[in-house]
Design a protein around this ligand. Structure first.
Ligand SMILES: *Cc1c(COP(=O)(O)O)cnc(C)c1O
Length: 386
């Protein structure tokens, strides 16, 4: 079969299927054992101890590698563990540049580790050519990208940034949690590493916490595998099994949720109680063109602000039923998040304001429910504001 075959959906549906050597189980078995018997002293087998390698974890690593079109992957215990693993590629004198509006907990962790002297850190604006120019005034070792950004959906030009990074010998890292490899493949745009909170779209059922790091560079993969084993950041076999199970329907889920999100963005943009809608699929989104060029769709995440005061936001939240007020995203069920008091608290008020996270802002993770029920639910909340 040619390089593009089998197609992505087939790859993930088929991952590990029929690979059981013991009993020819169609669905791959789950290996819980922490240790494996070796045939004799001085002899080695691929599996000896589960921190180092585990078949269930390897099967997930192989599937995410295929989806992102990388060379290999490390499966870890959370999205934060993925970033923890990546920053271990840095020495204390190395500079990491990260978006000023990155995921709240990533922002906090990077800041605290830099304060402890683990590496040097600069938060930058990657969303304009001038911003990118300014970001590279000092040569970084790692350039972190998160596109679309959380929660106001700014789009970074991954190709342009990765090209600049390559020119100074820096590693480009992309957090691809918001889109999944179905809608964006950063390695094909020039990034060296792509990572996910698999808690979100990849697992897709809001019932495990996990992460993965994929690369297309052999040396980087060797380093990442060394640190994953040494630090013990590894994902559990059961979580790996669940994530692979969830990933078999990734494309179906992502496409349905995205279809719903497009219709919701259009409805909100027209509604009198709504001030601004942040969705890269809308023509008036400032980075709509870049999103259209580098993504295969605009995704299932969007944010919007409600007109008036904070009471209106509370009234809206009390009057919707299907969109539950909860952290997290990327599940089959629709969720709503108030970043200023939930996901982005740890950022602090000043950084929040700079990142455009106002008290009037709500973020939606659109699920796969019937679109008419979702639209009715949101209209019910907006109409309650009066
Ligand atoms: C959730 C999330 C993370 C962190 O992942 P966990 O699995 O919660 O540790 C990192 N980046 C983005 C964009 C996220 O949404």
């Amino acid at each position: 079969m040619s390089k593009d075959k089998p197609r992505r959906r087939t790859k993930v549906v088929q991952a590990g299927i029929g690979a059981d050597p013991a009993h020819h189980a169609v669905i791959p078995p789950l290996y819980f054992s922490s240790t494996y018997e070796i045939p004799g002293i001085g002899e080695h087998l691929p599996y000896e101890y589960s921190r180092t390698r585990n078949p269930s974890r390897d099967m997930l690593a192989e599937a995410v590698t295929k989806l992102e079109e990388g060379l290999g992957a490390c499966v870890v215990s959370s999205g934060m563990a993925a970033l923890t693993l990546i920053v271990h590629l840095l020495d204390p004198e190395d500079l990491l540049i990260a978006p000023f509006d990155c995921y709240g907990r990533s922002y906090r962790m990077l800041k605290e580790l830099a304060n402890k002297g683990h590496f040097r850190l600069k938060f930058v604006d990657q969303y304009s050519p001038e911003g990118i120019e300014e970001a590279f005034t000092e040569e970084p070792k790692i350039v972190l990208i998160e596109s679309p950004s959380n929660p106001v959906m700014r789009i970074a030009d991954i190709k342009a940034i990765a090209a600049k990074a390559k020119a100074v010998g820096a590693i480009t890292v992309a957090d691809n949690t918001f889109l999944s490899p179905i809608l964006q493949q950063p390695l094909n745009l020039g990034a060296d590493i792509v990572y996910h909170s698999t808690t979100k779209f990849l697992n897709g059922h809001s019932d495990i916490v996990g992460g993965c790091v994929v690369t297309n560079n052999e040396d980087i993969l060797t380093d990442l595998e060394f640190w994953n084993n040494s630090l013990g950041l590894i994902g559990a076999p059961f979580d790996s099994y669940m994530t692979l199970r969830g990933m078999r329907t990734l494309e179906l889920r992502v496409h349905r949720a995205q279809e719903n999100a497009e219709k919701i963005a259009e409805m909100l943009a027209e509604h009198d109680a709504v001030d601004k809608v942040y969705y890269p699929g809308l023509k008036d989104h400032p980075n709509h063109e870049i999103a259209a060029a580098q993504q295969e769709g605009f995704g299932a995440m969007l944010s919007f602000t409600i007109k008036g005061n904070f009471e209106n936001v509370k009234t809206f939240a009390k009057n919707v039923e299907i969109f539950r007020l909860a952290q997290s995203l990327g599940g089959t069920e629709s969720l709503m998040n108030h970043p200023a008091t939930m996901t982005h608290v740890s950022m602090g008020a000043e950084a929040r304001e700079k990142a455009g996270v106002s008290d009037q802002l709500l973020r939606l993770s659109v699920g796969v429910e019937h679109i008419d029920d979702l639209l009715d639910d949101l209209r019910q909340g907006l109409e309650a504001i009066g």
